[in-house]
Ligand binder design. Structure first.
Ligand code: MRU
Length: 363
């Protein structure tokens, strides 16, 4: 995707071929700043402090984190330490474990002096694969939007609600939930996006609104609580969200608040789609209640960041002194509330059978 005419991915190798560069997402939408990661610790902090976030990008950053570790010290001990350090950064997005397992499987049998080169190569492949996967998700999701558009009639706008940020900022490029929207917009389908602000960290208001706006896609930022009302009024044609972990039976874990949107969509017969790359599927579990839900700092709820009229970016308290905050970061939407899963291999039912049809090799 382009930022002010310059093509960007969310993560790339620096010119020296060793360090890795990222976009600091904690600074958006007010400042576009890139940051160099030089050590595995830098990569772990970037994930934990959410300079990078979104399940696929967390996985890609972890893969490069292992490469940075191997470049410094390719011993078995350091490989094991890097794996544990990176795995401990965020518990919910399974792409993290997937990427680390990929790296481990490749590197463990190699000798110390082969590891660094192999690690950088595989990390770059993981990034390229993510771009291809997300582009395919976009193609399959485009057809879903085109079908809806055809039902509405020529020139009618398709109104799509999304939650959190599952756009190119959450992946290496394209995005998951937003890829079909970008492809529809580029194909001339009239689309408009209802962007849930996504409290507490406002990934919708800060990131989704920023990237859709840069691409020219019409959008309206709404309070998280507005979606149900808009659905009752017939102003939402479909919902598309991303996911941090989807079980083998199609339960979907995503940013807190997704479940409430799925309930409202079900009550109002609004199709609710979830877009995901296959590394987001946790084939080891079927029941979404087994997914670990990240609990984040209360301050993310009790404070809010914004820009003042004089242009300063500040954080302010929004609760009375002493009021406690609680911050579960994800929730689980049961498969029965999901109309379909949009994957790189096509669209399937959110069920064990649906996923097995698209991914028979997972048996
Ligand atoms: O806490 P975050 O910002 O990492 O949460 C991100 C989400 O919930 C996204 O919807 C999900 O990772 C899918 S990203 C393509």
């Amino acid at each position: 995707m382009k930022v002010d005419g310059v093509p960007y991915r969310t993560i790339w190798l620096a010119d020296d071929g060793c360090a890795v560069e990222i976009i600091d997402q904690t600074r958006l939408p007010f400042d576009f700043v890139t940051v160099r990661l030089e050590t595995v610790e830098d990569a772990a902090i970037a994930i934990k402090e959410m300079l990078v976030r979104g399940a696929p990008l967390i996985g890609a950053t972890a893969a490069y984190g292992v490469a940075l570790a191997m470049q410094a010290d390719a011993s078995d001990e350091n490989l094991g330490d890097a794996y544990e350090k990176l795995l401990a950064t965020r518990p919910t997005a399974v792409n993290l474990r997937w990427a680390l397992d990929e790296m481990m499987r490749l590197l463990e049998p190699l000798s110390d002096n082969e590891r660094s080169t192999a690690a950088y190569k595989r990390a770059a492949e993981i990034c390229d694969e993510d771009v291809d996967i997300c582009s395919s998700i976009g193609d399959h999701g485009l057809r879903v939007i085109q079908d809806l558009s055809a039902k509405k009639g020529p020139g009618e706008t398709v109104n799509i609600l999304t939650h959190c940020n599952a756009g190119w900022l959450a992946t290496v490029d394209w995005g998951t939930a937003l890829a079909p929207i970008y492809k529809a917009f580029d194909a001339g389908v009239p689309v408009h996006v209802w962007v849930d602000e996504t409290r507490p960290r406002n990934q919708g208001a800060s990131l989704t609104a920023w990237e859709l706006g840069r691409h020219g896609v019409p959008l309206t930022v709404i309070a998280d609580n507005a979606g149900g009302h808009l659905m009752q009024k017939g102003r939402v044609d479909m919902c598309i969200t991303g996911t941090d972990r989807t079980t083998a039976a199609g339960d979907v874990c995503n940013k807190i608040g997704t479940y409430l949107k799925a309930l409202a969509a079900d009550d109002n017969n609004v199709p609710f789609y979830v877009a995901l790359p296959s590394p987001t599927i946790d084939w080891t579990i079927e029941d979404g209640r087994e997914i670990p839900i990240e609990e984040r700092a209360a301050e993310e709820v009790t404070r809010i960041q914004g820009k003042t009229e004089t242009g300063d970016v500040v954080t302010v308290e929004i609760v009375p002194e002493g009021a406690k905050g609680g911050n579960p970061a994800f929730d689980v939407t049961p498969a029965r509330l999901v109309t379909g899963l949009i994957t790189e291999r096509g669209v399937c039912a959110a069920s064990k059978e649906g996923l097995a049809e698209l991914f028979p090799e997972k048996g």
